[in-house]
Design a binder for this molecule. Sequence first.
Ligand code: AMP
Ligand code: ZN
Length: 501
Amino acid sequence: MALELFNTLSGKIEPLYASDGHALRFYCCGPTVYDFGHIGNFRTFLHVDVLRRAARLNGLPLHHVMNITDVDDKIIRNAAAAGQAIGEYSARFERAFFQDMDALNIERPEEIARATENVPGMVSLIERLAAQEIAYKTEDGSWYFRINRFPGYGKLSKKDLEGMEDGARVDLDEYDKDAARDFALWKAARPEEIASQAAWDTVLGPGRPGWHIECSAMAMQYLGDSIDLHAGGEDLMFPHHENEIAQSEAATHKPFARHWFHVRFLLVEGKKMSKSEGNFFTLRDLLLKGYRASAIRFLLLSVPYRHQLNFTFDGLTESTNAVERLRTFHDRMRKQAWPENTPADHPLMELIRKGDAEFTAALNDDLNTAEARAAVFDVLRAVNTAADQGSLSRLAAEQTLALLDKFDSIFAVLEDRDAERTRDALAWAEAENRLDQVSPEVIERFGSGSLADVEIDALVAERTQAKQQRNFARADAIRKELLDKGILLEDSKQGVRWKRK
Ligand code: AMP
Ligand code: ZN
């Protein structure tokens, strides 16, 4: 069975394929880099990562583009408050975003498209719409999309256009649009926007692109007029994705994206995790509380993408234990010398094969991560029992390891880089003067001076050299500095070894 996914547009589960017979042309809405992302945002990017990995498991090559929204109201406001140009301000949060992606083992897309680097394409798309009088300019110099010129409006979110008319009358005072639901394509520059370099002087007049046109223009520029797959969180379905369809299809008269993938929310006590609700955790928050990056990844993937997931600390603890069990099991399979085939081998081999088939089938069935994970845990239990009873053969252990490899090509939690991730977060907290946010356990385990391994190695080498030069004062000072930072030294015949307290 090939990989099948629910398509928001058709309302059906459909096979995923590359229409050019080569690579899946895939656009995913990326972050707005005005602040640190919360783990709700990363739930979406994690399921997109699973989609990438599952496509690869099915031999489907990808051309995946993700945008970075690096100009918007919040970025302009925050950059102005910080006295910075928007590029300077947003670069910091873009860096943080990719650090968090790495810490969660989320693969990078094939291409990253920054809004500020693609303004000419947005301008020409608006010009194409203006040529058909679908885009119009208002007195303040902004440009809008005339929704009643696109009859398909609402086909993705299944919204009833008539019902929307009044509900959307929120910003009529601010903009002088022809119809309330018309949306902005180009926002005329205000003086402070020119000051923070958030305005472009173009044929449309000085201003900046609206959020929706950014994605339409970049998706088509990088991937072509008609793409295979478009993704984002469920809140983007309306109006963002609906507007993308309207802009693109009105300009090209071709279907924009064939398949739409929407990840449902991460909730906290029944409410969407969001900045505005104030009920959010960033990845850094959790790492500095002592939770592991692998457990956070595993938790956010534990419930399939088409169901909302309620975040709890109990859930996070369960995920920590589950990852630990998997790693212990993986080590056991690898490190123990299993006997050659035994008679008890046969039914177990069958069970492992069945687990393997169930894992792949669950994944290919609309990325059912919960069932895929359960299939592997069934094998883990049966194989552990056989191993305890001395009836596990080498062949069965090898088959189990092959299944674990496959599992990890999707879930990516077996390699233990958790300490490294936490140490990076601690180094960040120290650089940003946020050590008050670090839990005592993390300080105790990693030392408040978050020395990286290479820094410790360098200090140890310097101490050895100082001793050789009989500079005992310096050698003692280094030992003390390391001890203060939670690093213990052991002098042995083989040299000096160090460990973290
Ligand atoms: P933003 O940076 O706000 O544009 O959001 C980045 C991505 O995170 C978008 O695809 C959003 O739909 C998604 N997102 C925002 N909040 C949540 C949440 N609580 N759960 C899952 N995805 C979310
Ligand atoms: Zn988008």
